[in-house]
Design a protein around this ligand. Structure first.
Ligand code: HEC
Ligand code: HEC
Ligand code: HEC
Ligand code: HEC
Ligand code: HEC
Ligand code: HEC
Ligand code: HEC
Ligand code: HEC
Ligand code: HEC
Length: 409
């Protein structure tokens, strides 16, 4: 029997849909497998035509082996076999020669590196094979820029991770940072930025992390990034910085745990300093601003609780010092009249609070009253205009002559 053409249309589109569904689900399951194993697995040790770790460890597994560079620097070339096995690469079964891919036997190929640092930088290229995205990001970091400018000591992969004893930092399934990683981070940066670490350690953020293992506070990388750390002293970084703080300080769930206001960004933006900074950020993100951003008042690595009785900003003297960096003539009364993100309450700025409250009711009250008056008036006018004409009652003409009515009007 003959089918109507729309029947075949339905059948064929159903077939196409089914086909697409099959393709999509198989792609999805493939990408699911991919996310479980985001790191490209290079050849596993058994497949590797190379050299077993034992070969290398025959010599390098011996303690106290050293090599002396022509300039007199001494390099420790002993590897602790046990610690290597416990590292993330050791546990994964990775072989020495997967990183040292140009070494097969002794004597080794001669490198042009004639200082320990030059050797480190050269061997760090090996991370690229398997961690290309971290490697590529790193090219844009302040550290790479500093190295390019001749500061060889600026951090490269193994300065932060170590070479042979690198540990897992993220959860293998969720890819989130492990709790111990957050503590490890500032300690790692401290190797070279110790003065900043010492400040951070005693700040409201750093002390919460390091003393209480609080996972809500920022470590160095929440503010700076990791592999592509940008220069934090640029105008663009400064203008964007309120958003950096706001990421957490407008998070209601997070701030509720500490009883902190989430209105700090809004009240800052409403203030003249913040209004200008926000405008600049939108219109010309690279222009310098001399208006205060969050850290001009609160500090950067040394942020303290505002309630702190010696260092807190609620103390007029402490706040005044901050104002004076830009308003050098400010006297003790200068900050008094300024509200920024104080939220007026019956005990703080009671006058402002009650005036606000008054206006909250007064203005809607007045406007509402006016609106009612206008509406009544309008209603009246409409009513007057359209009200049904009073049809004069059919009265006996003799008793109500028209002349009498005219005399009334
Ligand atoms: C017979 C002992 C011996 C064996 C086996 C050995 N090494 Fe070495 N290795 C040395 C010595 C000695 C040095 C010091 C520099 C030199 O003499 O070239 C060294 C230096 C190194 C260095 C520092 C860079 C350099 O060349 O200066 C690396 C990396 C290295 N070895 C890796 C390996 C790896 C990987 C293996 C296994 C494939 C291995 N070694 C096997 C003795 C050995
Ligand atoms: C994950 C990559 C990786 C693996 C795996 C690896 N190395 Fe290295 N190795 C490096 C890097 C990078 C350096 C330079 C590190 C530095 O100077 O900080 C290095 C340096 C060395 C040195 C020079 C001394 C030093 O510590 O700087 C020796 C010797 C060495 N490796 C031997 C070995 C042996 C033996 C194994 C296997 C047990 C091995 N490596 C596994 C990456 C690796
Ligand atoms: C200034 C210190 C620093 C330098 C330099 C650095 N890292 Fe990291 N790296 C970290 C920190 C901190 C983390 C944990 C934070 C994260 O995962 O976002 C991390 C995470 C990682 C991870 C695991 C998470 C991920 O992103 O896959 C890998 C792999 C890694 N780094 C490899 C590298 C390689 C390769 C290099 C060199 C090209 C490098 N790192 C340079 C500090 C550094
Ligand atoms: C041969 C490939 C290979 C090379 C080369 C390599 N890695 Fe890895 N790396 C891996 C794999 C695979 C993992 C994940 C292991 C696992 O999941 O157990 C890993 C894990 C890591 C981690 C932990 C990641 C996390 O999410 O916690 C760090 C840090 C790391 N590597 C740093 C380095 C550094 C630094 C170098 C260069 C010195 C390097 N790797 C070279 C394959 C490699
Ligand atoms: C191995 C040493 C070393 C380690 C570890 C290290 N840095 Fe650096 N860092 C440097 C050097 C050197 C510079 C360049 C300083 C300069 O230009 O005066 C630098 C520059 C910076 C800058 C830019 C400073 C500026 O004035 O522009 C920032 C931000 C920074 N590092 C953050 C970090 C963070 C965050 C970590 C930890 C995740 C870290 N660094 C780990 C050595 C290190
Ligand atoms: C709450 C955010 C925040 C945290 C956490 C933080 N920083 Fe910063 N950092 C900043 C800001 C903002 C600047 C820019 C300051 C300026 O304009 O001078 C800065 C500047 C820097 C600089 C360059 C200027 C200087 O003073 O030398 C370095 C280096 C640095 N930070 C390292 C670190 C390290 C290391 C840690 C962790 C111990 C850390 N920071 C934690 C926000 C932060
Ligand atoms: C990763 C989230 C996060 C970021 C980013 C962050 N903070 Fe915080 N901050 C917190 C948490 C959580 C607390 C509460 C810690 C506690 O009380 O133990 C806190 C506390 C504070 C306090 C103390 C409040 C009080 O009086 O008790 C101030 C001030 C502060 N932060 C300012 C800033 C500034 C300014 C920035 C940006 C430069 C910033 N924070 C960035 C999470 C963050
Ligand atoms: C002009 C100075 C100034 C600027 C700019 C400023 N603050 Fe404040 N901030 C203060 C003062 C003063 C207090 C204490 C007032 C209070 O809460 O009673 C305070 C209080 C806070 C508190 C504690 C709130 C609470 O509930 O106790 C946080 C958190 C905070 N500020 C974060 C920020 C953030 C984030 C920014 C930028 C978006 C910022 N501040 C900008 C001066 C400033
Ligand atoms: C980073 C620098 C900086 C800091 C810190 C700072 N201000 Fe300002 N503030 C400015 C600039 C710039 C202006 C705009 C001045 C102008 O246009 O004449 C301004 C304007 C003002 C004005 C508007 C009236 C005027 O003089 O034009 C007040 C009020 C004010 N600030 C109060 C404060 C108070 C209170 C503090 C301390 C809690 C403070 N500022 C901290 C930079 C700053």
């Amino acid at each position: 029997m003959r089918r109507n053409p729309s029947y075949w249309l339905v059948i064929s589109s159903a077939a196409v849909l089914l086909f697409m569904l099959v393709i999509l689900t198989s792609a999805a399951s493939a990408s699911g497998a991919q996310t479980l194993n985001t790191l490209p697995q290079q050849a596993t040790p058994t497949e590797l035509p190379g050299v077993a770790n034992e070969t290398c460890l025959q010599c390098h597994g011996q303690p106290n082996q050293t090599y002396t560079f022509a300039n007199g620097e001494v390099l420790d070339i002993s590897i602790n076999a046990q610690d290597y096995s416990a590292s993330v690469h050791g546990r994964g079964g990775y072989a020495c020669v997967q990183c040292h891919s140009d070494i097969r036997a002794y004597p080794h190929p001669k490198y042009s590196a004639d200082t320990a640092r030059a050797l480190t930088l050269k061997l760090n290229e090996s991370c690229r094979t398997c961690h290309a995205s971290n490697y590529n990001q790193q090219q844009f970091s302040v550290h790479a820029a500093a190295r390019a400018a001749g500061k060889e000591e600026a951090a490269t992969c193994t300065d932060c991770h170590g070479s042979h004893y690198a540990q897992r930092l993220t959860d293998i399934k969720t890819h989130k940072l492990l709790p111990q990683t957050r503590v490890w981070i500032p300690q790692t940066c401290a190797k070279c930025h110790n003065a900043i670490y010492q400040k951070y350690k005693t700040s409201v953020h750093g002390s919460a992390l390091l003393d209480e293992n609080n996972q809500d506070v920022p470590t160095c990388i929440d503010c700076h990034g990791v592999h592509n750390i940008p220069n934090p002293t640029t105008a663009a970084f400064r203008l964007k910085s309120p958003e950096l703080c706001a990421k957490c300080h407008t998070d209601k769930a997070k701030m509720a745990r500490y009883g902190l206001s989430t209105n700090v960004l809004n009240s800052y933006v409403a203030d003249f300093h913040g209004t200008t900074v926000q405008l600049f950020e939108k219109e010309s993100p690279d222009s310098e601003t001399n208006k205060a951003v969050c850290y001009d008042c609160h500090g950067i690595h040394d942020i303290q609780r505002t309630k702190d009785t010696t260092t807190g900003l609620r103390l007029q003297e402490n706040l005044l010092k901050r104002c004076q960096t830009c308003h050098p003539d400010a006297t003790i009364n200068f900050p008094t009249a300024w509200l920024s993100h104080y939220e007026p309450s019956p005990d703080k700025f009671p006058i402002v609070y009650y005036v606000n409250l008054f206006y909250q009711f007064f203005i809607p009250g007045v406007l509402g009253f006016m609106a009612i008056l206008v509406a009544l008036d309008f209603g009246r006018k409409v009513y007057d205009r359209f009200k049904p004409k009073k049809t004069p009652p059919p009265a006996p003409p003799a008793e109500n002559p028209p002349a009498k009515e005219a005399a009334h009007g």
